[in-house]
Write a protein that binds this ligand. Structure first.
Ligand code: HEM
Length: 78
């Protein structure tokens, strides 16, 4: 089985472009044809929301990097 693509933090323009193409029943390879039935029902607003969601998505294992309550201790050396 072909791998599923990694979508988090991908460029918004790219995700939007792909979803609009899938919605128009266009795909670049056979794996991507699977996306067409999911995309045909999407509105422009849906595509915009999905695009923002995927672009800003923070995977569970890197949440610390975005946690504003996280502090280091000491003065940091130099
Ligand atoms: C919110 C739901 C989903 C969104 C927003 C989404 C979005 C995308 C996007 C943007 C791509 C293009 C990626 C690229 O060109 O690298 C893609 C490809 C693909 N998606 Fe989805 N997808 C969704 C759900 C699903 C589901 C439910 C499946 C399968 C059950 C699926 C299977 C695939 C496959 C097989 C590809 C092609 C991978 C490849 O070309 O290598 N997607 N999807």
């Amino acid at each position: 089985m072909h791998n599923y693509p990694y979508l988090a933090n991908r460029a918004k323009g790219y995700i939007k472009y792909k979803l609009e193409r899938f919605r128009s029943k266009l795909s670049d390879n056979q794996q991507q044809e699977m996306m067409i039935p999911f995309a045909v029902g999407l509105s422009d607003k849906d595509i915009e929301n999905l695009t923002i969601y995927m672009n800003e998505f923070v995977p569970e294992d890197s949440k610390n990097r975005y946690d504003d309550s996280f502090h280091t201790h000491g003065h940091g050396g130099s």
